[in-house]
Design a protein around this ligand. Structure first.
Ligand code: SER
Length: 318
């Protein structure tokens, strides 16, 4: 029986992943780990156990792991790319010192660990079209530096200590539940809120800038399927390219406008976001994920757009 700790359970991915894991493994078997000031609320709080689990406090994490007899940790603590550029030391402290704490706890308590990497682990010198699984990773952001280090440190703990580390390189994640905070791909979430509220959207990313994106249900499914996968079939571990859709701003604008003909968008490019976006892949080759553990997304741009608009209209009472 799996006993799971989700670190960052009130964040963008964590809030939905915790509920999905509770559905699959039973409410009592999934602990929502949070930091002070970001306590779980509502259904997340009511539906199962929660515990203070700050990655910068290794002893605290060890206590939670022992108390709940945890065997699997989903470590989602991170600063997104744009925020991290303003606080590089903090990004490292959370992303890498924090990861080290978790890997040590995992080594001592025999836990499997999932720590996501990202399209941000690539840089300008990476081949941008059908970016291979194994390729150049020289990112120019601190977010990317922490993600490459995450991949390497996770591999190191697997090779040296046998800790069962696994990960994916997430594209930009689109969801209607918890908004992302301070990422380069956030525009692809924000655009839906403006569209549903009937407001004009000011796009911070230049026309023609392609990035990989993924709808949250596919992202959750990827993380859980990988952690369930037969270990003997895995050639790679940290971390698998994931792809399901790749688009530029004008393409998602057109997809929304097809459904909401009055929707308007104009461009006001944010130089930092644009610089970061241009350093990331246009589209990744995810054939290793497909071959090694059966990755198969359900949502393309049209299916995601239909679902996002339907769910956001309900959420925003429109
Ligand atoms: N969504 C992240 C960001 O934009 C990338 O993984 O920072």
């Amino acid at each position: 029986m799996k006993k799971i700790l989700v670190i960052g359970a009130t964040g963008q991915i964590g809030s939905e992943l915790t509920m999905e894991l509770r559905d699959r493994y039973g409410n009592g078997n999934v602990v929502a780990g949070y930091i002070q000031g970001a306590e779980p609320k509502g259904e997340l709080k009511e539906s199962g156990p929660s515990a203070l689990a700050d990655v910068t406090d290794g002893e605290g994490i060890a206590n939670v792991v022992k108390e709940y007899d945890i065997d699997t940790i989903y470590n989602l603590a991170a600063l997104l790319s744009v925020v991290a550029e303003g606080k590089p030391r903090l990004a490292w402290k959370i992303g890498i010192d924090g990861l080290w704490n978790i890997l040590e706890v995992a080594r001592e308590n025999h836990c499997a660990v999932f720590t996501p990497s990202s399209i941000g682990s690539f840089g300008l010198t990476t081949p941008h079209v059908m970016t291979p699984q194994d390729t150049i990773q020289r990112p120019s952001t601190i977010y990317g530096v922490t993600k490459v280090t995450t991949e390497l440190l996770s591999d190191y703990y697997y090779l040296k200590y046998g800790v069962d580390t696994r990960a994916v390189r997430f594209p930009g994640i689109i969801s209607y539940v918890t908004p992302p905070g301070g990422g380069t791909t956030d525009y692809a979430v924000d655009i839906f809120y403006y569209a549903v509220r009937g407001e004009k959207f000011i796009c911070p990313i230049k026309q023609g800038t392609l990035m990989d994106m993924i709808y949250m249900p596919d992202a959750l499914n990827a993380a859980i399927t990988l952690m369930e996968a037969d270990s003997t079939k895995l050639v790679h571990r940290n971390a698998f390219n994931l792809a399901s859709m790749s688009f530029a701003p004008e393409t998602i604008y057109a997809a929304i406008k097809k459904r909401l003909p009055d929707f308007q968008m104009e461009y006001q490019v944010d130089p930092l976001k644009q610089h970061i976006a241009e350093s990331w892949p246009d589209c990744m080759d995810d054939s290793c994920a497909r071959q090694e553990w059966g990755w198969m997304p359900k949502y393309d741009l049209d299916a995601m757009t239909d679902d996002m608009l339907e769910k956001l209209k309900l959420k925003l009472n429109r």
